[in-house]
Design a protein around this ligand. Structure first.
Ligand code: GLC
Length: 664
């Protein structure tokens, strides 16, 4: 049951595509006072949701702020990351769960027992918003109600379920060829190599640096012949440069965001001075989206959209003011106050809130100051590409994922979890974010495996991969200047080949579970509390997940650990893989078990009555043989698994047409 309330005159965000009639103003679960909502939590209430955020699957005990931010520090005290996902579920014990969605681009603080232990207080920065309340028997049912309202998630092509290798940056064609060679020669499966900002000429969107990539088109087809898709990045800022077509067309047609005087607003990002395309303006959005054709025409079939919070290094105006002010400090004695003021002045150039209040959009004919629609920018950039792909490529799926997002964007692309670090704690963060994002419609997602910044170690990357093989987006990515962390960069290349190879064995199951979850508006990765809601231990388990209907995962995420304790809410079958081979199958009773897991092993648990179909391993998705499946199971003859399969390209597949029953 869904109830919709409208307060003030909210801006249409296009998050929801099926809106129920609005009802009165008396909300059922929340006490409302102006733009503040309050709910007193029972000790047993678990708060799920909020998509991309730090901390637990249970969000209690912190304050989260919906304010899309280019935030490279995913610490415990971080309140905002790249997305704004205002959906949550309160699931208590012995009572029906309920859900809440707030549809407004305004900043919102979700204070979930931070100020007061038992108080859930939500403070919205404006007076105009739509509020939805959901009721159901289970959290799964609430997710379904919500997702039915916001529309089906984006479908990536099947090859995008293969392993991808990225780094900022592979700087030349030769370097890309070398990465491909290493993977293929070491027999480590791979389906994609990502191109970060250095493939562009002076960081200009929709250009190629012909000095470093003179043979770009040939490289794309040569890679395709090896079964490797190249996936270039597209950034939000468009470089100001005479003679650059995207810049000149944007200026001529008035497609860039304006300052208060109606001039194109100038910000600094990678290329230096840039303008932001007005992604909220329908015409500008269509124009920008169709620009991706430049790369589609070169054989590219996947992209990642970045810096679309949008990230701002500086605004031209603030930079000038800062330089003027810095002069004042030249000859003074820098004491504690003046030194910090001096230092903060330069640091404060980046992501300055005042800059976000200094430019304007033309949204459906109305001039709107950016901060009023800030949380929509990343969504609309990705929508721009998504709409263009529908138009340009009606017969096949194009891979797209974005850094910034708002609910609604899930229909046009996936997201990756942004600039994490090569830290053990970030493996766990990756695991916890997965179900929270699924609730909000983001199913095609994953983190930078091995960690983006900081130096990785071999054991960290192996352990992270053991989780990563279950995330729909499985990509190893790292920052410039960090230790190399490609799967061939460490000593035990075989261990890497084994774990990544296992991903390909699991593909029929993972793809099937992903597609069923998308098409039925269900979860792909579930917290244990969703399945065993009355089990007090399962409800509080934050380091294990159900992946699809058959498999529970419990990855190791501590350095030097020989294994870990795993909680089984019911009797299950342990299946151990040494690389791609099954080395052990053992039934275990419900309860806690210490399970040893070597670095080159992956251990999973199969639910009673369930089946896991496994393919033979392959070195690319195209080579996976979906017809010869081995069935691992903990079930009696007669048990059924519904296998989903399609050509991996069809844009709007119908579930019934692609399901076949596997009977044990
Ligand atoms: C941002 C992205 C990161 C990318 C870098 C350079 O930090 O989040 O993934 O590598 O920019 O483009």
């Amino acid at each position: 049951m869904v109830r919709r309330y409208v307060f003030g005159s909210p801006l249409e965000t296009d998050a929801v595509i099926k809106k129920p009639e609005a009802c009165g103003s008396k909300t059922q679960f929340f006490e409302k006072e102006g733009s503040t909502l309050r709910y007193m939590m029972d000790e047993e209430d678990i708060v799920y949701g909020l998509g991309e955020n730090v901390r637990g699957i249970n969000k209690r005990g912190w304050i989260y702020v919906s304010n899309c931010t280019d935030e490279p520090h995913h610490h415990e005290n971080t309140s905002s990351l790249y997305g704004a996902h205002n959906f949550l579920i309160v699931a208590g014990k012995g009572k029906r769960p309920f859900g809440l969605f707030l549809d407004t681009p305004d900043k919102i603080a979700f204070d979930i027992g931070y100020t007061k232990h038992s108080l859930l207080e939500i403070r919205i920065d404006g007076m105009d918003y739509e509020l939805y309340e959901f009721e159901g028997e289970t959290p799964d049912e609430i997710v379904k109600e919500f997702r039915e309202m916001i529309g089906l998630p984006f479908l990536p092509p099947k090859w995008a379920f293969g392993f991808g290798q990225c780094r900022w940056s592979y700087r030349t064609s030769q370097e890309v060829r070398e990465v491909a060679r290493q993977y293929r020669e070491n027999h480590i499966p791979i389906d994609s190599i990502y191109l970060d900002i250095d493939y562009m000429e002076r960081y200009k969107d929709f250009t190629i640096d012909r000095e470093s990539f003179p043979d770009f088109e040939a490289l794309v087809s040569e890679m395709k012949e090896q079964g490797i898709h190249l996936v270039p990045i597209i950034d939000a800022g468009v470089k100001i440069e005479e003679g650059y077509d995207t810049y000149e067309e944007g200026v001529k047609n008035g497609y860039f965001c304006k300052d208060e005087n109606g001039e194109d607003f100038v910000v600094g990002v990678w290329p230096g001075r840039c303008h932001f395309p007005d992604m909220l303006n329908d015409e500008a959005r269509r124009w920008f989206g169709l620009k991706y054709k430049f790369l589609l025409d070169k054989g590219i079939d996947g992209f990642w959209n970045d810096m679309n919070e949008p990230a701002i290094f500086y605004s031209e105006r603030r930079l000038k003011e800062t330089f003027d002010k810095l002069e004042e400090y030249r000859d003074i004695n820098l004491d504690v106050k003046s030194f910090f003021a001096f230092k903060d002045m330069v640091a404060g150039l980046e992501k300055n809130p005042e800059d976000y209040r200094s430019f304007y959009h033309n949204y459906r004919g109305e001039r709107i100051r950016h901060d009023k629609v800030h949380n929509l920018f990343g969504y609309y950039m990705t929508r721009s590409a998504g709409e263009a792909f529908e138009e340009l490529e009606p017969d096949r799926r194009i891979l797209m994922f974005s850094r910034s997002s708002y609910i609604g964007m899930h229909r046009y692309g996936g997201i990756w979890m942004g600039d994490n670090k090569s830290w053990w704690s970030h493996i766990l963060m990756n695991l916890k974010m997965l179900p929270s994002l699924n609730m909000c419609g983001f199913l095609y997602t994953g983190a930078d495996i091995g960690g983006f910044s900081c130096d990785a170690t071999e054991d960290l990357v192996l352990r992270w991969l053991s989780l990563g093989i279950f995330t729909p987006l499985m990509r190893n990515h790292s920052c410039d200047g960090t230790r190399r962390q490609e799967a061939y960069a460490f000593e035990d290349t075989e261990a890497f080949a084994g774990i990544i190879g296992l991903r390909y064995r699991l593909l029929p199951y993972l793809y099937s579970e992903f597609m069923k979850a998308v098409l039925k508006n269900e979860m792909y990765a579930r917290p244990l509390g969703f399945v065993w809601g009355e089990d007090p231990v399962a409800r509080r388990t934050e380091d294990q997940l159900m992946i699809g209907e058959s498999v529970m995962i419990a990855p190791v995420y501590e350095q030097n650990a020989a294994g870990r304790t795993v909680y089984l809410p019911e009797e299950m079958k342990l299946v151990r893989f040494g690389g791609t081979e099954i080395t052990e199958e053992r039934e275990l009773p419900a309860g806690h078990h210490y399970i040893e897991v070597a670095l080159d092993e992956v251990v999973i648990f199969i639910r009673k009555g369930r089946i896991l179909p496994l393919a033979q391993t392959a070195e690319k998705v195209d080579d996976v043989d979906w017809d010869t499946l081995e069935l691992i199971h903990f079930a009696q003859p007669g048990a059924v698994y519904e296998l989903y399969d399609d050509d991996g390209a069809e844009r709007h597949p119908k579930l019934e047409e692609h399901i076949s029953e596997i009977v044990l």
